[in-house]
Write a protein of this length. Structure first.
Length: 306
């Protein structure tokens, strides 16, 4: 419907033609164009899992087989929704400040609601699904600034989320396979029994929480810096809300890996070698990316991009 309305007014659907039409309006959009822009952003927000269009995400992750959850969280949501939103906002709607303000509000609400939803879960896959909603909020927050710094931070977090969230869903798949349950209240004491999974989970969650020197720290830093230039209040809110990420990270670690194992967990062992190799590889990517991101930032700064 949005594309149809845009075609009715711009006479074309190519990026070049529509962006030229948007530029010619100089911010004075007719009613149908406003409707088309709203519909397009809403549709892509649904695909991205942005609050309040996020309700399908926890059910999809928890219902899907574990390998599908890895692909869904690491690739599908971001490629089909977030990437499209980034391209359309920048290349078609030309970083319109009204859309930017709306995206900034939606992103901060997504960060908050996703984090609070994660804290309230006992199902490990639903917790990680809600955390995806929260982390997508950070990507959209960077995009909403309309600045090159914000876009670079968003793209970096795009990559980081794909790696650390894939790692965490692989970890959850290993835990569910070995324990036979997704209920974290029935777990405990698995750190000694599944050391590789435990360490990789810590690395993934620390990266997601933005703890240096892991990769998630650098992308969140760039996003917060970009938002600070536009709206210091939103930047402070985003920074403070990272504490909630740390909160559900500690809840997951305590319930799953620390404490005494319940009688039902006594026979649990580490996951198979193939799954361990994936955990080690994705953990290494998170660590190496964190160590190399400063060099990328220096390079981009030297080229005048940042």
């Amino acid at each position: 419907l949005s594309i149809a309305l845009i075609y009715m007014q711009a006479g074309d659907t190519s990026y070049t033609a529509v962006s030229a039409y948007v530029a010619s309006l100089n911010g004075n959009y007719p009613l149908l164009m406003n409707v088309a822009m709203i519909l397009f952003i809403v549709a892509l927000s649904i695909k991205s899992g942005v609050v309040p269009f996020h309700t399908w995400v926890p059910d999809a992750h928890s219902s899907a087989p574990s390998p599908v959850s890895v692909v869904l969280a690491g690739v599908v949501i971001k490629v089909s929704g977030v990437y499209a939103l980034m391209r359309v906002y920048r290349d078609v709607f030309l970083n319109d400040p009204k859309i930017g303000t709306a995206l900034m509000i939606l992103s901060v609400v997504s960060i908050l609601v996703g984090a609070l939803g994660a804290i309230g879960q006992t199902d490990i896959k639903r917790m990680l699904a809600f955390s995806s909603v929260s982390q997508i909020g950070y990507i959209i927050l960077g995009v909403s600034t309309g600045s090159m710094l914000g876009f670079v931070g968003a793209v970096m977090h795009f990559f980081n989320h794909a790696t650390f969230k894939s790692l965490l869903f692989v970890d959850s798949a290993a835990i569910v396979h070995e324990t036979g349950t997704r209920d974290m209240d029935q777990m405990g004491g698995l750190g000694a029994k599944m050391p590789v999974t435990s360490v990789s989970s810590i690395l993934g969650l620390m990266s997601m929480a933005g703890i240096p020197p892991l990769s998630g720290f650098w992308s969140k830093l760039l996003i917060v810096m970009a938002v600070w230039r536009v709206s210091p209040g939103f930047a402070i809110a985003a920074l403070c809300l990272s504490g909630l990420t740390l909160g559900y990270f500690l809840i997951l670690q305590k319930k799953v890996f620390f404490g005494k194992p319940s009688p039902a967990m006594e026979a649990v062992t580490e996951c198979g070698s193939s799954m361990k190799l994936v955990e080690i590889f994705l953990s290494a990517v998170n660590v190496l990316a964190g160590l190399l991101f400063p060099l990328l930032i220096v390079y981009l700064s030297g080229r005048g991009i940042l």
